[in-house]
Design a protein around this ligand. Structure first.
Ligand SMILES: [Zn+2]
Length: 285
């Protein structure tokens, strides 16, 4: 299967193989089985139940289900972004251009850059996509980068006349980046911060970034590894007068591989992008 992209570190990427001709909102399915069946048109839909259990009780099905669980961890990022876009942009189905800023980005998000093709495949009107990776860990040189990185889209998307996907790396804290020419040139339709842990560590460092995000007024999706983190982050944002356009909730597009934190008193289970919420501006100016 050519569309399965495997990388060195037990990472399997399973994007939708062919660009869709019609748009189906993710919110109409809400489960990974529904996504594979109705949106991604994937044969993998038959492997799992609605609860992400093997559809059959034999070795082959168990193995296939395990494979799919690893793959879903790589899809979680892009479907969480798409769910955020659906939640915040009412005209999403007809949008031809989108710009997304990933805040506090690191190698984990950058390694999944090829999965952003999924937005082309699920949003038939989309012709141009820019993704900015912003944060002190992105590893680019300092200063404004005026030249964007270009990623050729797949042959099917090229036939449809789509531009290459574009990306930039900005090695800056987001509130500093927000003052740059690059920001002015490519303002976000959606800001995304995955597992920022802004209420847990380096809180002083995050504080000006959170203020900046609220001041800008663009919608911003945050995800956390567990509920406790989400509740603490909600408290931080409440103290800043944030408006929540989506309250904290379990993210339907979270990863399904449980992870354990062995440094906690008891073994806490967490998942990639387990909880999510969206802030947009402040409740009163
Ligand atoms: Zn494509």
């Amino acid at each position: 299967m050519e569309h399965i992209k495997e990388t060195g570190e037990a990472m399997i990427q399973l994007p939708t193989e062919n660009p869709r001709r019609t748009y189906i909102s993710l919110s109409t399915v809400q489960t990974w089985k529904g996504y594979f069946e109705r949106i991604s048109d994937s044969p993998f839909a038959s492997i799992i139940t609605e609860d992400f259990l093997p559809a059959e009780d034999d070795e082959k099905s168990l193995g296939a289900c395990r494979f799919l669980k690893v793959a879903v961890d790589s899809s979680s990022l892009i479907l969480t972004i798409l769910a955020g876009l659906e939640s915040e942009i009412s005209s999403l189905a007809s949008r031809t251009k989108l710009t997304i800023h990933i805040v506090g980005a690191d190698n984990q998000e950058i390694r999944l850059a090829s999965m952003t093709e999924e937005l082309y495949h699920l949003l038939p009107s989309l012709e141009r996509l820019v993704v900015g990776y912003v944060g002190p860990d992105v590893g680019s040189s300092h200063g404004d980068i005026t030249k964007l990185l270009e990623f050729q889209c797949c042959p099917e998307c090229q036939k449809l006349g789509r531009s290459s996907r574009q990306a930039f790396l900005a090695d800056d804290l987001y509130h500093d980046f927000a003052k740059s020419d690059l920001f002015a040139k490519y303002p976000p339709d959606l800001i995304v911060a995955l597992h920022s842990g802004h209420a847990e560590s380096q809180t002083d460092r995050w504080w000006p970034t959170l203020q900046c995000i609220l001041d800008l007024g663009f919608p911003a999706v945050f995800t956390t590894y567990n509920q406790k983190e989400a509740v603490e982050e909600e408290q931080s944002f409440n103290s800043l007068g944030a408006h929540f356009s989506r309250k904290i909730a379990k993210n339907p597009w979270r990863g399904v591989l449980p992870m354990f934190d062995m440094f906690m008193e008891r073994y806490d289970v967490f998942y990639h992008n387990y909880y999510w919420y969206i802030v947009k501006g402040r409740t009163h100016e």
